[in-house]
Design a protein around this ligand. Structure first.
Ligand SMILES: NC(=O)C1=CN([C@@H]2O[C@H](COP(=O)(O)OP(=O)(O)OC[C@H]3O[C@@H](n4cnc5c(N)ncnc54)[C@H](OP(=O)(O)O)[C@@H]3O)[C@@H](O)[C@H]2O)C=CC1
Ligand SMILES: O=C(O)C(=O)[C@@H](O)[C@H](O)C(=O)CO
Length: 280
């Protein structure tokens, strides 16, 4: 397996095995940090209208001098735009902010089931794909019941579900559901947002065994579970190391041992998709 291998999506498109998260990477400094990541080899860039980093992502792509066709750009629909016409307009706004004429992947950021407009939002994404604004469409933070509802209402299965996944929150059941439905799972906060997961004795022991660092062990665990981690890294050394995870293999037992680090309160920020309301 190598960095150049791609995940195949259920709509015929592809995605790299790992991406760069851009939550809180913005402004001129953000452009520099994303440009460095691109120079270090990242081609999948994950942003969101909610992050206010779409401008920095687009500028870094332009400054890189690398053809747009080599990038995989993802952005996401905020909850306040879960209505059909609004969603299509904000997708166009994202394209304007990024300075691109299509998106590779567009996700509903959160289902917001209390508001219960996510089926209408999904219908808008289907229309955006039909109009050629986006290549692939997917969801984020959707659980089985939310997936079932949009699939039965429209007959269209998302290509991707981006979920919170890290060693304290491995989400084995949801990952299995995504797999059963032919949906590629992306992991957000794949490193537990740089928390104590990186100093867990098991992770440190495996890092020594494989002559890697803790972040690389965790990212390798995602890859061997068939998951696409979207890891944020502003430090150039972290950026480089996080791509250097394709020259070793954890044993099946080690993969299971890392999953066993699960905690009941393992979420990074207590964001339960059944309850969570976006901050805007
Ligand atoms: N769909 C959704 O609802 C959500 C999506 N996301 C997406 O997921 C992305 C990643 O999640 P995020 O919450 O940012 O957290 P991550 O789990 O990616 O952790 C990022 C932190 O880990 C540090 N780090 C990165 N690599 C290493 C390494 N090799 N060793 C040690 N530390 C390391 C970074 O430091 P440094 O910056 O110094 O390199 C940073 O502090 C977001 O940026 C966003 O794109 C996030 C939350 C929710
Ligand atoms: O970063 C994102 O994509 C989010 O959805 C945010 O909610 C993030 O997880 C967060 O923690 C904001 O405080």
């Amino acid at each position: 397996m190598s960095l150049n291998e791609l995940y195949e999506l259920n709509d015929g498109h592809q995605l790299p095995k790992i991406g760069l998260g851009t939550f809180q990477i913005r402004g001129y400094q953000g452009v520099d940090q994303i440009l460095t990541a691109i120079q270090n080899g990242y081609r999948l860039l994950d942003t969101s209208t909610n992050y206010d980093s779409e401008g920095a992502v687009g500028e870094a792509i332009r400054r890189s001098g690398i053809p747009r066709s080599q990038f995989y750009v993802t952005t996401k629909l905020p909850g306040k735009y879960h209505h059909f016409d609004d969603a299509l307009k904000i997708i166009e706004e994202s394209l304007l902010r990024l300075g691109l004429d299509y998106l590779d992947l567009y996700l509903i950021h959160w289902p917001l089931p209390k508001r219960d407009n996510y089926v209408e939002a999904w219908q808008a994404l289907i229309e955006a794909q039909r109009r050629g604004l986006v290549r692939s469409i997917g969801v984020s933070n959707f659980e089985k019941e939310h997936l079932d509802k949009i699939i039965s209402a429209t007959g269209i299965t998302p290509a991707v579900n981006q979920n919170e996944i890290h060693p304290y929150w491995p989400q084995e059941s949801l990952v299995a559901t995504n797999q059963e439905y032919g949906i590629v799972t992306e992991a957000w906060s794949p490193l537990g947002r740089g928390s104590s997961e990186l100093t867990e004795p098991l992770i440190v022991k495996l890092a020594e065994k494989y002559d890697k660092n803790a972040g690389q062990i965790i990212l390798r665990w995602h890859i061997q579970r068939g998951i696409l981690p979207v890891a944020k890294a502003t430090t150039p050394q972290h950026q480089r190391r996080n791509l250097d995870i394709f020259d070793f293999t954890l044993t099946e037992t080690e993969v299971s041992q890392i999953s066993d680090l699960e905690r009941k309160d393992g979420r990074v920020d207590d964001q339960d998709p059944k309850e969570y309301e976006e901050f805007v």
